[in-house]
Design a protein around this ligand. Structure first.
Ligand code: IPM
Ligand code: MN
Length: 360
């Protein structure tokens, strides 16, 4: 199979971790007889530096023309980087939000599972970690507070900033369907997370989720308030299978979920539209503090490449091969700094990538 992949390495640790994911993909290509063609595109801070804007029309057009996008991370240190002196719509993050919108990537899948080998890196109490967990956060990605109208105005010396949280029934329905569909392939449970005791958008969310649930009699579902969910994630993460939620709640809960897996450096993600196209990126950020030091954990990006093989290219065996290689390397005790614990063998970004590639 020939796979045309647009590659956005981005900023911070992005280039380092994506390079390792490409190394692993090439190992898959060699073993299973596939060709991965890469076209490197700019987005984020590096695009601001080179082209004066975080996302050019050229990047959007080339990303759309590819079969999938493999991405690293964008952005820099928000206190010190000159990118954050620019108006908000010219900053690196604006590029990411725009590409999500332009490509219609409304469904963001963020799996959070605790690898047996990483129990020691899990910050939860031992008896909770011992039960393990394997959940998938289905985050709505192109609506809500991120894309509602916003403004900052000053009237009579009073400055007011407004952000609006908007959802239509159609937007809720399509993400709910994605969640229930994927639950059918997992443990058949959906926890829909909202703030229906306060927000109108959440009350509509609940109503539509209930309608969608009727079409999936085999899937058990429940509603959970977001504050309670934040608590349940550290109290009893094993209870979750598919967690369905809106954009902002999903952003926050997925960082929390990643931390209990041991490190945000383990969490992959896929952003999908209605077709087989997807953008695959680690859930973590650009980590400017460790950029260029060969310290970043490339596993989240490598696992994102595995998601790409499965979702976009239907190469399930190849995706499994990557996941198994990751498990093997962890079993053998190799660790990047973020997941290091006593007795582990500390390796850098590139060595971790090579070890995984060699085990394909
Ligand atoms: C993420 C990131 C982005 C988001 C930022 C960089 C805009 O935190 O993908 O979770 O908030 O969606
Ligand atoms: Mn985030």
């Amino acid at each position: 199979m020939v796979c045309n992949i647009a590659v956005i390495k981005g900023d911070g640790i992005g280039p380092e971790v994506v390079t390792e994911a490409m190394k692993v993909l090439d190992a898959v290509g060699a073993k299973y007889g596939h060709t991965f063609n890469y076209e490197q595109l700019l987005m984020g801070g590096c695009s601001i530096d080179a082209c004066g804007e975080p996302l050019t029309d050229e990047t959007v057009a080339k990303a759309k023309a590819a079969d999938a996008v493999l991405m690293g991370s964008i952005g820099g240190n928000t206190s010190t980087s000159p990118w954050y002196k620019l108006p908000p719509e010219k900053r690196p993050e604006a590029g990411l939000l725009k590409i999500r919108k332009e490509l219609g990537l409304f469904a963001n899948l963020r799996p959070a599972l605790l690898y047996e080998q990483l129990y020691k890196a899990c910050p939860l109490k031992e008896e909770i970690a011992a039960r393990g967990f394997d959940m998938l956060i289905m985050r709505e990605l192109t609506g809500g507070l991120y894309f509602g109208k916003r403004s900052t105005t000053e009237v009579d010396g009073v400055t007011t900033a407004i952000d609006t949280l908007t959802y239509t029934d159609k937007e809720i329905r399509r993400i709910a369907i994605k969640a229930f569909d994927i639950a059918m392939k997992r443990r058949k449970k959906v926890t829909s997370v909202d703030k229906a005791n306060v927000l109108d958008s959440s009350r509509l969310w609940r109503k539509i989720v209930e309608e969608v649930a009727k079409d999936y009699p085999e899937v058990s579902y429940e509603h959970m308030l977001v504050d309670n969910c934040a608590m349940q994630l550290v109290k009893d993460p094993a209870q979750f299978d598919v967690v369905l939620t809106e954009n902002m709640f999903g952003d926050i809960l997925s960082d929390e979920a990643s931390m209990i897996t041991g490190s945000i450096g383990m969490l992959s993600s896929a952003s999908l539209n209605e077709t087989k196209f997807g953008l695959y990126e680690p859930s973590g950020g650009s980590a400017p503090d460790i950029a260029g030091q060969n310290k970043a954990n490339p596993i989240a990006t490598i696992l994102s490449a595995a998601m790409m093989l499965k979702f976009t290219f239907d190469l399930d065996a190849e995706g499994d091969a990557i996941e198994n290689a990751v498990k093997k390397v962890l079993e053998e005790g190799y660790r990047t700094g973020d997941i290091m614990s006593e007795g582990g063998k500390l390796v850098g970004t590139d060595e971790m990538g090579s070890l995984i590639a060699e085990r394909i």
